[in-house]
Each structure stands twice: as C-alpha cells, then as structure tokens.
Design a protein around this ligand. Structure first.
Ligand SMILES: Cc1cc2nc3c(=O)[nH]c(=O)nc-3n(C[C@H](O)[C@H](O)[C@H](O)COP(=O)(O)O)c2cc1C
Length: 382
C-alpha cells in the first residue's frame, strides 16, 4: 500500500518532466497526443494519422540541426507559410447525383503509368532521417506504384537509388544547372544510364540558395555550385546534352510557363521549392490561376506539375482542379522516412485515402474529371 502510494507520488512528480511537449508550429490541431513520447525516441507509427503528425514526430526524434535542414525556408518564411495557408482559401464544390462506386486515381505522367496523381518530389539528403536514406523512398514509391524523383543532392548515388527501386519501376531524376559543365554532363549521362526516364531540371536557383536563417544557425552557408548565367541559349545547349525529356522545375510566372510551351518542353513544374528559395514567391495555386488567366494554352499544350505545402488529399485535389496533372510532396516523405520504408508507405497510404475519400465526397469518380468547376477561388485575390 505504502509502496503504491510512493509510486504514484513519484509518477506525479516525474510525469510533467517526462511528458513531451512539442511546439506544433501552428499546424492544424487534430488531437495528436504526444504525452507518451520520449524526446529523441521514434514514436510508434500507430500514433500517426496524417502528414502533419509525421512532421511533429520527426521534430521529436531528429537532431535540431537535421530537423532544421528539412523544415527550413527562406527569410521570413512568408512563402513557406503561404504554401500551407493558401488551400484554406479555396472552397471545394462537391456535386451530387454522380456514381462514385469506383474511384480511379491512376494517371499517366509524361506517358508513364502511376497509381496516384501525387509523387515524391526531389529533396536533398534523405540520409538525415534514416540510414536507408533514398532507398526507402524508392522502394515505398515502387511498391505503391507512385513516382519518385530523387534529388541530385541525395545521400545515395544515382546508381544506388536506381537499384533500390522495384523491377520495372519508373523514376525520374532531378538535376541542377551546375556551373561545372563536366559535372553536369557526367551526371546527365549517369542518370540516363541508370534507367531514369526524365529529368526535372531546377531552373531558378540562379547560383544561390535562399537565405535560410533557420538552418544557417546550424551550418555554414556554402557555395551552391549552380550556374549564375543560365539563360535561354544555355537552356538550349543543355537540351542537347541528354536524350531524356526535360521538365523545367521552379516555374513561378505565367510568362515563363508560356516560354517553356513555346520552346516545346513536354511539361513544366510549378514550384517555389517549398519556400526555400525566393521568399515572397507566389504559391502554386496562385501561379496556376495566373496561367489560366493569361496563358491557358499552356494546359492544352503540355503537362503541368505543381507543389508546395501539400499536406492533405484536398490540397492535391485543388491543384489538380486548377490544371495540374500531378502534385509533388517535398517535406512529408522526408519526415515519414524517420521510420524508413514503413513510414513512407504509411504516408503514401494515408494521403491516398484522403485523396480518394475527398474525391468521393466531391462526386468525382476519376481524377481526370477534376476541373475548375470543382473549386471556388474567390478568396484568392490576384
Ligand atoms: C529538405 C528539402 C530538400 C530539397 N532539395 C531539393 C533539391 O535538391 N532540388 C530541388 O529541385 N528541390 C528541392 N527541394 C524542394 C522540393 O522539391 C519541393 O519543391 C518542395 O519541398 C515542395 O514543398 P513542400 O515541402 O511544402 O511539399 C527540397 C525541399 C526540401 C524540404
């Protein structure tokens, strides 16, 4: 009796210091209970019910330095916050009187078949979250039938990531425009030889990264090695350096979208890189609306991919309804990778469930039916 009383007294004294309190960074409160978690220890995957939970779990387990490297964004992080917030300004129109007994999410991206209209976007250094690094992203994507596009700044080599995929898995690869031309040629050749089917070419890192204060507190700023003189003639020259299709990533204006269409690119990727480059850059939803208004021919003439702040199935549906063919997830897969492949697979499955459920609630049986009639964007003033 006395020992039980002593134990409960001990618990009540110790508990407040043991319970984990994590700053949720203003993410939607959906009742995540972290009181049984231990700082620095991987929480059970069963506690995780959405992509925001995964971010909080990563914050709990990763070192401050590595969490900052994923979470960071440029300057005041206005664009980072706008990416997350823009979707709350869009209303979804759900139509009655439709047959939604058979939901179809499969689509093609550059002509290749995938089970979902969302993909794992290029993000550097997956090894900061898990020793399997990009291998778990590749295999989870392959098993789910979704597209993975590794970053050229990955932890693993181009060849190792290619080998980590499933038999017959289609992956694309991201590339930067390095000022060192032989590095660029070498990497483009290796990407092609390793079996990647297309290049996402990041075109707007004009020699410099954004000033990312959050991560600079932990690391020295370094020279990116990106070319500062990447103009249209340089783009034309680069297109002759590979036979793979090139998709310019980092399109942020309707004018650049129209230029890419005129230059005959098969696709563009609307992205502000998760707010990590130019703070103040518009969100993908705003850019898509701008393209619709000023250069609608872009959507008929090429595929358009988009990303930034996509955390819910409904966020993806908004971008798809505004004309995107496929939607990228940047940080969520990196955070999910703290559990390795199991975490990434759970992330894909949770997101796919949100997407399919919301489609059904909107009366949309096939992702290809999504169009501007499904969204009310009156709250977004352009
Ligand atoms: C940790 C991290 C590393 C990234 N590395 C790259 C990269 O190497 N190349 C690139 O084009 N974009 C990179 N991005 C940007 C992503 O491809 C993507 O555009 C962005 O993360 C989407 O926003 P989200 O994180 O809100 O989903 C990176 C993003 C993060 C979070």
């Amino acid at each position: 009796m006395l020992s039980a009383m002593f134990f409960s007294l001990l618990c009540s004294v110790l508990w407040p210091t043991l319970a984990v309190t994590i700053d949720m960074e203003g993410l939607p409160d959906t009742g995540l209970d972290t009181s049984s978690w231990t700082t620095g220890v991987l929480p059970p995957l069963d506690d995780i019910w959405d992509l925001n939970d995964m971010q909080i779990a990563a914050k709990n387990v990763l070192s401050k330095k590595f969490y900052a490297s994923y979470r960071t964004a440029a300057l005041n992080e206005y664009t980072y916050q706008a990416n997350l917030g823009i979707y709350s300004k869009v209303r979804l129109n759900g139509f009655a009187f439709t047959d939604t007994s058979n939901i179809q999410t499969s689509t093609t991206i550059l002509g290749f078949n995938f089970s979902q209209p969302f993909f794992i976007a290029p993000a550097a250094k997956a090894g900061h979250a898990n020793k399997s690094a990009e291998a778990s992203l590749a295999s989870a994507a392959g098993k789910a039938g979704i597209l993975y596009v590794p970053s050229i700044s990955s932890t693993l080599s181009i060849e190792k990531i290619a080998k980590a995929g499933q038999a017959g898995q289609v992956m694309f690869h991201q590339e930067y425009v390095w000022s060192n031309r032989s590095r660029l040629t070498d990497e483009l050749d290796r990407i092609e030889a390793a079996g990647f089917k297309a290049i996402f070419l990041t075109v707007d890192n004009t020699g410099i990264n954004g000033v990312r204060t959050r991560s600079m507190r932990f690391t020295e700023g370094s020279d990116t090695g990106h070319a500062t003189n990447f103009d249209l003639p340089a783009l034309a020259a680069l297109r002759n350096m590979t036979s793979l299709p090139i998709v310019p990533k980092g399109i942020k204006t309707w004018q650049d979208a129209r230029t890419c269409l005129a230059l005959g690119f098969p696709a563009i990727y609307v992205s502000n890189h998760g707010g990590r480059v130019l703070d103040g850059a518009p969100t993908a939803a705003e850019v898509l609306l701008d393209i619709r208004r000023h250069a609608p021919e872009v959507f008929a003439g090429m595929e358009v991919y988009a990303d930034g702040g996509v955390r819910r199935g409904t966020d993806a549906l908004i971008l798809l309804a505004l004309g995107a063919r496929a939607v990228g997830l940047g940080r969520p897969p990196m955070f999910a990778n703290i559990w390795g492949e199991a975490g990434v697979s759970r992330m894909i499955s949770l997101f796919a469930t949100e997407l399919a459920t919301s489609m059904r609630l909107m009366g949309v049986a096939d992702v290809h039916q999504l169009n501007a009639s499904h969204v009310n964007t009156n709250q977004i003033v352009l």
